[in-house]
Design a protein around this ligand. Structure first.
Ligand code: ZN
Length: 65
């Protein structure tokens, strides 16, 4: 059943853009896991920790020029 597979995966907390943080959220700061860091193109990268259940995006700002 598709419904079962979905329930196994906890919903990720979307922390938004790291560039807009005043300080790193404790969730991220305390994370000791191996995070997935994938490129969404146009300098944008998305970091996800499936263990902690968070995801956020950041603009690496160093692409292009
Ligand atoms: Zn983690």
């Amino acid at each position: 059943m598709a419904d079962k597979a979905e329930r196994r995966r906890p919903p990720l907390v979307d922390l938004g853009w790291a560039n807009g943080w005043r300080k790193t959220p404790p969730l991220v700061r305390d994370c000791k896991h191996k995070q997935a860091d994938l490129s969404l193109g146009s300098c944008v990268r998305q970091v996800t920790c499936a263990e902690c259940g968070f995801t956020y995006k950041y603009d690496s700002g160093d692409c292009g020029t």
